[in-house]
Design a protein around this ligand. Structure first.
Ligand code: FAD
Length: 539
């Protein structure tokens, strides 16, 4: 286990149970790790509590102001809100821990609340899992200082990745990999030669529980947590509804779709993993690029808020690989899926190595001065609303707006279209995705956008620009996905939908589908491609 602490974890007067007869109280601070199994901080805290005969309480802060500042989507906030009562029940029944959920709009409120919670309740040790984004790091550092003043320990554990950020370094020293393939080889090798640690928390023995004294904006039972979370969600929804840029989203329909697709809680996430590993992983390499098949795991929403551990995902996939293909057995499907989990780790490693990314900087800094990005609002709105006249792009954007999810291949296609065909600044697309995605996650989203815009580390070469029409013909041959999301195109043959020239002719005055309620392609791909390449070639 690798951890960071505001002291060395030893000789702390508060944690020496022999010093005093009064029982010790410890606190688990849940953030993006809303699960019980293989939660590194939770396991460490419960083990220590049992050694010290201490009680354990848990806290989660609802931070709507901060979420809004980070463009967290309503569907993701809803997913968190739906998960909390389930977590509260599981903690109580399985680990003898009470979860308190408290409304603390911003991170500075969290620092204040947590400090007074610790003082008021005689809490001597707080544990949490690391978060790697800028504001989160700043919050934790400030809190560390605050708590240290009162000799309260604050210990953080690496938990979000399969292998902790900065742990995979180049062979010649300690620099970080900038390219995925060598990173992946080292990552795989490290996992092959060492046993991966899973951390399951023991139930807490000490019954001397404290009910956290906190403000009226807090809840301690599953029912009260549900009510408080729903109230916060309603306010969050109202705030977002005021934003002009989101007027085209049917928020209620999006919420309903996301709730149907993503039942909340750790058991639901584990069930999804089991089903994927049993039914779909063996076809992954072939089917993962066909959007209408839904052949990927759809675990990202759970991984993002931490209702499932990435190590469990890796272990389950490895077990199937071993069972079906033996110890040395390579299997392209399973290898491919594991490599996607490694991409998730890779982008977190990149973020920790280059914290500037959080300040909206391009990884390849020269692209920030060289490329004259467009900020044309009409073009951007056409992309957001799925009205570009490019069927695969529009179908993907309408799917995102309606469900809060978009298939990986389509994320690449739509991101490339925005940044290369429309030459719009990738940061606008990155933000829009965060505002809609249920799995919105800074590192993976930023990584995906900078890959597509050719501004990132190991990104797509600037001259290799996807043609969104050919992408349709390769990955949605019969246009099943396109027609699902663009019913106005249902009568147009797939071969027409996959050809820019044919579409222009079909939709033009006198064309076969001139009456279709659908615009002609807003740019000519061939000339847009030339312009984009010229921008990147500039000295
Ligand atoms: C422009 C763009 C933006 C993206 N934004 C996000 C985001 O905000 N949050 C997010 O989780 N993923 C993001 N991705 C990565 C990827 O699209 C999603 O993780 C994937 O579509 C989720 O579906 P799944 O769970 O079925 O994935 P599977 O194919 O089943 O993959 C398993 C897991 O591996 C991880 N993973 C897969 N592909 C990638 C990838 N390219 N980069 C990083 N991790 C990956 C995810 O955690 C995923 O759940 C983005 C990709 C692009 C190109």
């Amino acid at each position: 286990m690798s951890k960071t602490t505001n002291n060395n974890g030893s000789n702390n007067k508060n944690n020496d149970s022999s010093d005093s007869d009064s029982p010790l109280h410890y606190l688990m601070w849940f953030r993006r790790d809303l699960r019980i199994h293989d939660n590194t901080a939770l396991a460490a805290l419960c083990e220590r509590a049992n050694e010290d005969n201490a009680s354990v309480s848990a806290i989660f802060f609802l931070t709507p102001e901060q979420w809004q500042q980070h463009d967290t989507s309503l569907v993701q906030v809803d997913h968190i809100a739906r998960t909390l009562p389930i977590l509260a029940k599981d903690l109580k029944s399985q680990l003898n821990i009470t979860l308190t959920v408290q409304l603390c709009p911003s991170f500075s409120d969290c620092i204040e609340s947590l400090t007074s919670l610790c003082k008021d309740n005689d809490i001597s040790c707080v544990m949490a899992n690391h978060e790697y984004e800028g504001n989160e790091i700043g919050r934790d550092e400030q809190l560390c200082e605050q708590l240290a003043k009162d000799d309260i320990e604050f210990v953080r554990w690496h938990d979000q990745c399969i292998l902790p950020p900065l742990s995979i370094t180049t062979n010649d020293g300690d620099s970080m990999y900038k390219v995925f393939t060598p990173f992946y080889k080292k990552w795989r090798h490290t996992l092959d030669v060492s046993t991966i640690q899973m951390h399951d928390a023991p139930a807490v023995d000490c019954d001397d529980k404290i009910e956290l004294k906190s403000s009226k904006n807090s809840a301690h039972t599953a029912d009260d947590i549900k009510a408080l979370s729903e109230e916060m969600l309603g306010d969050y929804q109202k705030t977002l509804q005021k934003e002009d840029s989101l007027q085209h989203i049917d928020i209620k329909a999006q919420l309903t779709a996301a709730r149907d697709a993503y039942p909340a809680g750790e058991s639901a996430a584990c069930q999804r993993l089991d089903e994927f590993v049993a039914d779909d992983i063996n076809d992954y390499d072939v089917s993962r690029d066909v959007p209408h098949l839904h052949a990927t795991s759809q675990l990202s929403a759970y991984l993002t808020i931490g209702t499932i551990s990435p190590r469990l995902c890796y272990l389950q996939a490895s077990k199937v690989q071993e069972k079906l293909h033996g110890n040395d057995g390579d299997n392209e499907d399973i290898d491919r899926w594991i490599s996607e989990l490694a991409w998730r780790d890779f982008y977190r490693h990149v973020l920790v190595d280059k914290p500037n990314l959080i300040r909206h900087k391009a990884y390849k800094e020269d692209t920030d001065t060289k490329v004259s990005w467009s900020y044309d609002d009409d073009d951007f709105q056409a992309w957001c609303t799925g009205k570009t006249g490019v069927p695969l792009v529009d179908a993907a954007m309408r799917c995102l707006n309606a469900t809060g999810f978009m298939h990986n291949r389509l994320r690449m296609v739509t991101a490339m279209f925005l940044t290369k065909d429309l030459l719009i600044d990738w940061r606008l697309g990155e933000r829009y995705f965060r505002q809609q995605l249920i799995d919105g996650d800074f590192a993976s989203n930023n990584g995906g956008w900078q890959w597509s815009a050719s501004t990132g580390t190991d990104s797509a070469p600037y001259f290799r620009i996807m043609n969104p029409f050919s992408q349709g013909s390769t990955h949605d041959k019969k246009a099943i996905f396109i027609k699902t999301w663009l019913p106005e195109l249902k009568d147009i043959p797939a071969s027409t939908l996959h050809s820019e020239d044919k579409m222009r002719k079909a939709l033009a005055k006198g064309g076969d589908f001139a009456n279709a309620d659908y615009p002609a392609p807003m740019v000519e791909h061939k000339s847009a491609r030339k312009l984009a390449i010229a921008e990147f070639k500039k000295e």
